[in-house]
Design a protein around this ligand. Structure first.
Ligand code: AHR
Length: 506
């Protein structure tokens, strides 16, 4: 039998709630239709933001939302998105299908989104095609509490009080769509930008530097080497991006489909291949943090994974640059396994932002006109919100290995994995059963603690392809039951391909 041992006395560090962060880009139907419908829409809305999506997002307790991109950020000029909406310029969205960007959703609308969902704003500035002055002015416009021209302009646009935006990204993927830079170029640009991004009164902006594509340790070492230690080049965090996307994608849709299948059609081998890609996040966290530690042994600079998620081949019938994809139990298992990795490394990861919140890649919510559904991934976020801010606990999972082949090599992943956290007397234990076919029984035991009450919330099938459709929006949803358990140990069975959260009162 498998076993799970949790030690409530052995804390690994506080789980930063921001690990449960989101990312919303001007891409496909993420912003327009996904959250913004405009005040005149027949879709019920509050100040232009659709009520159904806001309510769904609120229930996930998003701690932070990153915006406006993504690649979009380095071609975005914030002044386009302020002032009377009908006067805002229409631009071409260079990266995402050449769509016309009306700029109806700009800084004030983003702040409103954050207020309605209860999230903190995280704004990404434009390094690739912008200037330090443009970004500096954006911060002053948002945050200055005094009587400057930019603060007056903000007030004239309806916001007398500053927005107090704390998180600022200095560019996005500057090795690619953010300017095609090598790490030395970017370090020099970062230094120059950072010189001007403080001193507006109030709390200093928390500055986030772009990290590498995936787990490219060389990029990280070269960036920090070049950055050096200069008094005015503040850096608060460094952010690698990692997508669970088959490298076969480079070889075209057929090779990609062969390796991981489509978003909704895959066999058991492709199920494990996709999970395998997701699990590479653990190596990234360890190796990127180790590279950062060699320059920052006291960990003053936080590690953020501000884009991550599953990325499937383009969905037939959809614009390939809109990155719309369905979301099944396979995505839910990747989401849960990744959040468990972040929880277990609470001492290393200070924020993470799943890509993306609505209608793009691994979304929480999908919309079609006035209809909306919560995806299995969205349900995982609701189930895991109990971990936010908890003390991550030492756990030991022992289970049989699941064998599979990945690119011609025999591999194995543990059938059960998870994480645990403690808030007062409430222990949250999340357990993922990665097996595509087998129910697994495990003995759960608590070290030096005893359970008074246990409730299990389970997200599972029917089947490994289970997903919600607009015609059947609640096919996959969490089910909660109280367990007749008290004491220090008990046996629990976990359905195949399932995500489980136990709330244990000690
Ligand atoms: O999330 C979609 C895109 O993926 C983002 O715009 C970019 O930063 C990344 O490559």
């Amino acid at each position: 039998m498998a076993s799970i041992r949790v030690a409530p006395e052995q804390g690994l560090g506080r789980i930063n709630p921001n690990i449960y962060g989101h990312f919303a880009e001007h891409l496909g139907a993420c912003i327009y239709e996904g959250v913004w419908v405009g005040e005149d829409s027949s879709i019920p809305n509050t100040r232009g933001l659709r009520n159904d999506v806001i309510a769904a997002l609120r229930s996930l307790a998003p701690p932070v939302i990153r915006w406006p991109g993504g690649c979009f950020a380095d071609d975005y000029h914030w002044r386009d998105g302020i002032g009377p909406r009908e006067e805002r310029p229409r631009r071409i969205n260079l990266w995402w299908g050449g769509d016309i960007e009306t700029n109806h959703f700009g800084t004030h609308e983003f702040i409103e989104l954050c207020r309605q969902t209860g999230a903190q704003p995280y704004i990404v500035g434009n390094v690739g095609s912008g200037t330090p002055g443009e970004m500096r002015n954006w911060i002053e416009y948002c945050n200055f509490d005094g009587d400057s021209t930019l603060a007056r302009e903000r007030a004239a646009n309806g916001a007398t009080e500053p927005f107090d935006v704390r998180y600022w990204g200095v560019g996005n993927e500057n090795w690619g769509c953010g300017g095609n830079m090598d790490p030395e170029d970017y370090a020099a640009a970062y230094r120059q930008f950072a010189t001007y991004l403080g001193g507006f009164g109030g709390p200093e902006p928390f500055l986030i530097a772009c990290g590498p594509r995936g787990n490219d340790v060389d990029w990280t070492l070269r960036f920090f080497e070049k950055l050096g230690h200069r008094p005015r080049s503040r850096i608060d965090a460094f952010a690698p991006h990692y997508y669970a996307r088959s490298a076969a994608a480079q070889g075209g849709a057929d090779a990609w489909l062969a390796e991981t299948g489509s978003a909704t059609e895959y066999d058991a081998g492709q199920w494990y291949a996709q999970l395998h890609l997701g699990l590479q996040m653990e190596a990234l966290v360890l190796q990127q943090r180790a590279a950062m530690d060699s320059f920052d042994p006291e960990r003053r600079i936080g590690m953020i994974v501000d884009e991550w998620g599953t990325w499937h081949p383009p969905t037939p019938g959809r614009h390939p640059r809109h990155l719309w994809q369905q979301n099944t139990m396979r995505d839910a298992v990747v989401a849960a396994s990744t959040l468990d990795i972040f929880n277990r490394h609470a001492d290393k990861v200070v924020m993470a932002n799943i890509a993306q919140t609505v209608n793009v890649l691994q979304a929480m919510v999908l919309t079609a006109g006035d209809r909306m559904l919560v995806t299995p991934t969205g349900h995982v976020y609701a189930m895991y919100r109990a971990h936010q801010g908890g003390q991550s606990l030492h756990t030991r999972f022992e289970s049989e290995g699941l064998g599979y082949n990945f690119r011609g090599e025999a591999q194995e992943m543990p059938a059960l994995a998870g994480s645990a956290s403690l808030k007062g007397e409430e222990l949250t234990l999340s357990v993922v059963n990665c097996s595509a076919s087998d129910e697994i029984e495990a003995e759960i035991s608590l070290v030096d603690a005893s359970a008074r009450e246990v409730a299990l919330t389970r997200l599972a099938g029917p089947g490994i392809h289970a997903h919600n459709r607009f015609e059947a929006p609640n096919l996959v949803r969490p089910q909660t039951q109280s367990l007749d358990v008290n004491g220090v140990a008990w046996t629990q069975s976990f359905a195949p391909a399932s995500v489980n959260v136990l709330r244990i009162l000690l």
